[in-house]
Structures are given as structure tokens and as C-alpha cells.
Design a protein around this ligand. Structure first.
Ligand code: SIN
Length: 323
């Protein structure tokens, strides 16, 4: 049986966005075109058959557990299909790193799962979507490619390292100190680092796919004059919800993006110690765009070596594992 199918999953985003004017790169509505529309005119890599499927149609700022659950379930099925060589996911850029992280952490894909999108809508004069899609297909078809990766502006980034680092430029993604895994040039991959390590699916997949809501984890940041008031308010609200038996909306965890090497104001430390003593899981990462927290002897809370958006998901997965 040949494994020559590339599956292109549509989820919305700017790549499927439309503006009234071809010169307008910001005043558009995301998630307007279907994945079938986006696929039209694309040339599939040699010997590959392209199949497209709409999994969601959202502006990725609004991605939620339901969309992630659908995506996890579908990608998991496709990974088990011997005819499938690779999967491309057209996704909004704003939370692409979160979806990529989740797919890598839960599915550990032995085949390529390639996320891509666009910074300019489909109506833009100089739109970036078609080239990004074409590069993503080339990576999905590439022999030996594996793992969840983001392909954007000609670069291949691992799901663990990638972050959206620019709010407007077409080269909006960055892998920080680790750098990209490689580049795509005229349909060919040039790799500088190995593909992501892959392994077994997480044993959490079954629990994540049940309709039960995922544990509620909030992400807050330290900053000048951070009093911790917000944490106290969350704790008060938590008490009310617990008394009302509102299980799924009860706060289970907090990720704090600390200043510098994950430091927190005294007010926040006090509030978070109280949160921890009430059973709320607390993790710290850094609000700095580069680097990861290096824990030291004076660290008060457990640190996660991830940027805040991914740290929030990591803690959520940890809580699923413990429940
Ligand atoms: C979105 O994330 O869905 C909108 C922004 C984008 O795709 O660039």
C-alpha cells in the first residue's frame, strides 16, 4: 500500500481571511475561505495526492478546548492511517505555537504534522499564504520528516521552540536561541538540526478526548506594581464556584510569567503561596521573549522551561495526568 496522501486540514486564520481592499493587510476578517478554496491552484509535491478537510473555521485567538479536541482526534486518526504520508494544518498565526505544542506533547507524531498560515489575508496584493502552504506541503512530503513543526516564511521550526515573535511582519516566527530546524528552498528541505524526537502517544490522549472540560489554568504576568490583587480575586471566585459545585470552572492552576529569570513581586509571592496552600497548582516561567527560567536555590515555585502560552498547556496536561 502506498503512503502518498498528504492531508490538508483547515482551521481558519488569516490565511483564510478576506479584506475589502487588496492593499489592506490589517482590516480583514479571518476564517472566511474554506480549505478547499485555499487548496485550489496548489501543486502537490511529486507523486503525492492532496486531500483537504475542514476541521474548524476560527480566528485562532478564539481557539478553545473543543477545537483542540477535534484536531487532536482527527490528527491521531490520520497518523494511524498507513496511506497518509504527512499532515498540513492551515492555522491562524496567533495561537499556532500553542496548537503545535499540544500536538507534539500529546501525539509525539512519527509522521510530519506541519502547521502553517499567513500574516496577510487571502485578498492581499502580496499575500504570503500560498507560498507558506506550498512550503508546508513540501515538508510534509519530505522523506524522513517527522514531528509537529511550524513552517513559515521559508523556515522550519520545532513545536517546542517556536514562538510568534512579530505582530505584523510576514517572517513572524522565531525559535529563539535554538534557531530553526532548517529551511525550505524551492520545495527542498535543508536541515540544520534533526527533526523533533518522536515517541509513543501520550497516555493522556483518551482523557483529553472525552467531553469533560480540560482543567482550568490561567496565565498571569508579573510587572511593576504587581500587588497580587488579581490572584486574591481569583481565589475568592474559586471559593464561590466550589461552594456552588461549578466543577469545570473551578481554578486548578496558575502560570505566572515572571520578570527576568521568573521573579515575582512580594505581593504576588504571598498571594500565590496562599493559592498553592488552597490546592491551586502554581508554575513560573518568564515574560522575557528569549531564554527559559533557570531555577535556583531561592526559587519559590516550580519553574517550567517554556514560554507562557505553552507553559499554561503543560500545566493543564500535568493536571489531567493527576486527575
Ligand atoms: C488568527 O490567528 O486566526 C488571526 C491572525 C493570523 O492568522 O495571522
Amino acid at each position: 500500500m502506498s503512503n502518498n496522501k498528504l492531508i490538508l486540514l483547515g482551521t481558519g486564520g488569516t490565511i483564510a481571511g478576506k479584506a475589502a481592499d487588496a492593499s489592506d493587510n490589517v482590516g480583514y476578517t479571518a476564517a472566511q475561505l474554506s480549505i478547499a478554496d485555499l487548496t485550489r491552484g496548489l501543486t502537490e509535491p511529486d507523486g503525492m495526492e492532496l486531500v483537504s478537510e475542514q476541521v474548524a473555521q476560527v480566528d485562532s485567538k478564539d481557539v478553545d478546548d473543543a477545537v483542540w479536541r477535534r484536531l487532536l482526534a482527527r490528527v491521531n486518526e490520520l497518523l494511524r492511517d498507513d496511506q497518509v504520508k504527512g499532515i498540513v494544518i492551515a492555522h491562524g498565526t496567533d495561537t499556532m505555537e500553542e496548537t503545535a505544542y499540544l500536538l507534539q506533547a500529546v501525539l509525539n507524531p512519527a509522521k510530519p504534522v506541519v502547521l502553517t498560515g499567513a500574516m496577510r489575508p487571502s485578498t492581499a496584493l502580496l499575500r504570503d499564504g500560498p507560498q507558506n502552504l506550498s512550503d508546508a506541503l513540501a515538508v510534509a512530503a519530505w522523506p524522513g520528516a517527522r514531528g509537529a513543526v511550524v513552517v513559515f516564511a521559508g523556515k522550519i521550526h520545532s513545536a517546542l521552540q517556536v514562538q510568534k515573535s512579530h505582530c505584523y511582519a510576514t517572517d513572524a516566527f522565531d525559535s529563539g536561541d535554538a534557531g530553526p530546524l532548517g529551511v525550505v528552498e524551492e520545495g527542498n528541505c535543508r536541515l540544520w538540526q534533526p527533526w523533533p524526537v518522536t515517541g509513543n502517544r501520550s497516555t493522556l490522549l483518551g482523557a483529553l478526548l472525552t467531553p469533560a472540560p480540560w482543567p482550568r489554568v490561567e496565565w498571569l504576568s508579573s510587572h511593576g506594581n504587581a500587588t497580587g490583587r488579581l490572584v486574591w480575586d481569583l481565589l475568592a471566585q474559586r471559593q464561590v464556584k466550589m461552594q456552588a459545585g461549578a466543577g469545570s470552572s473551578v481554578l486548578r492552576g496558575v502560570v505566572l510569567a515572571g520578570t527576568g529569570n521568573g521573579t515575582l513581586s512580594e505581593g504576588l509571592i504571598q498571594a500565590l503561596e496562599e493559592a498553592q496552600s488552597q490546592g491551586v497548582a502554581v508554575r513560573v516561567c518568564s515574560r522575557c521573549a528569549r531564554g527559559r527560567v533557570v531555577p535556583g536555590p531561592s526559587s519559590v515555585f516550580e519553574a517550567l522551561p517554556l514560554p507562557p502560552a505553552k507553559a499554561r498547556l503543560a500545566l493543564m496536561l500535568d493536571l489531567v495526568a493527576r486527575s
